[in-house]
Design a protein. Structure first.
Length: 367
């Protein structure tokens, strides 16, 4: 069936995409959050002209056609827009076949172990430990990620001494039964990253994310080679050539594609297959409770090299006010530290009509 209509419903933060086939079948997807209104324009200007009229069932060919026709624009916005179409078409296929997306890619519905992911740096170590303990006790999380350093911090901390304080504070608060992960968000030079990494190892931290500027593969590899802790990364990378290099050179120990940044489920599956062939696990980036976490849940229920956990943001409306009212029901209930992929066809979620009514609307059709 040919794709005959692409609609976007957007605000500054979120853009949902509705795809319609010539027989009237529809599916919902989403582009990556933030500046989503800009991505919506890219979708209509640079993705829709090539994808409309193509076979809804051949997503890979559609995405490669867009990539090739827009080869002068290889960057993030185009990939984000491609991801909106891709995820809508996967939802359409699931609804056609009466299956959840995870079943379409070789998996089954069920539970996914989650780690509670903190996004905050402007919080004291004591306060961070207290709020994560509450989540452990109320929702059953047995793994958490917290922030160290400063975002692209050039070896500077959020404030002096914060990293050296928060690491032992978190371990003491959680004891040995909780897995602890950290994210440096491209903070360090290799020498400082290795120094911090040894401190992390001494406190039993198991995951060291983006220690160096993410675009500097040689710096990150230097850290990976020097430490026993799993060094992780990849969330920002949207070019297949970058992934090929990252995997071939063993730049990191654990790969973290973001389904929305990378260009959708189909392209993420390509990365997962490359990683599987190299014996590397996939622990995707999913830093908010828009549809990206739902996409990631389905992926982790299907791929053989799924990592240990789902990233699950613990931040509420004080941090992400734009998450309010996106869906008609909450797909993100945590029980005993696990999220659940249901057997509802497609992504298994319905976008709120009230949210859609307030959004900016655009449509592309052939001709």
């Amino acid at each position: 069936m040919k794709l005959v209509k692409l609609e976007t419903f957007s605000n500054q933060y979120v853009c949902f995409v509705r795809a319609t086939a010539e027989d009237g079948a529809q599916g919902w997807g989403q582009v990556a959050p933030y500046y989503a209104d800009i991505t919506a324009h890219v979708l209509h200007r640079q993705v829709a002209p090539y994808s409309l009229g193509m076979d809804c069932g051949d997503i890979d060919t559609m995405l490669d056609t867009v990539r090739d026709r827009e080869h002068k624009f290889p960057g993030s916005y185009l990939r984000r827009a491609m991801g909106g179409v891709d995820t809508a078409l996967w939802d359409m296929r699931g609804k056609r076949e009466g299956k959840p997306v995870c079943a379409l890619i070789g998996g089954t519905p069920g539970k996914v172990r989650a780690y509670g992911s903190s996004m905050k740096r402007d919080i004291t170590p004591k306060d961070e430990a207290e709020r994560l303990l509450r989540l452990r006790d109320t929702q059953g999380f047995d793994a958490f990620k917290f922030r160290i350093g400063a975002e692209v911090g050039h070896d500077q901390d959020e404030w002096p001494g914060r990293t050296e304080e928060i690491v032992p504070t978190m371990r003491k608060a959680m004891g040995d039964s909780v897995a602890l992960l950290v994210d440096a968000n491209s903070c360090y030079s290799p020498a400082r990253a290795i120094e911090v990494g040894r401190m992390l190892q001494d406190h039993g931290i198991s995951h060291y994310e983006e220690p160096c500027p993410y675009w500097e593969f040689s710096q990150t590899k230097e850290v990976t080679d020097a430490l026993e802790i799993d060094v992780t990364g990849g969330e920002q990378d949207c070019m297949m050539e970058r992934w090929q290099t990252m995997i071939a050179d063993r730049v990191v120990d654990v790969l973290q594609p973001d389904i929305c940044y990378l260009g959708g489920m189909s392209r993420t599956l390509r990365v997962a297959r490359m990683a599987e062939a190299a014996g590397l696990p996939i622990t995707p980036h999913a830093a908010n409770l828009s549809m990206v976490t739902l996409f990631t849940m389905h992926l982790l229920r299907a791929i053989p090299n799924a990592g240990k956990y789902l990233e699950f943001s613990i931040e509420g409306l004080d941090y992400y006010p734009w998450q309010d009212g996106l869906f008609t029901s909450d797909p993100y209930q945590i029980e005993d530290g696990c999220a659940t992929v249901t057997d509802v066809p497609g992504w298994g979620v319905e976008i709120s009509p009230e949210w859609l009514a307030k959004s900016d609307y655009r449509v592309s059709e052939p001709g």
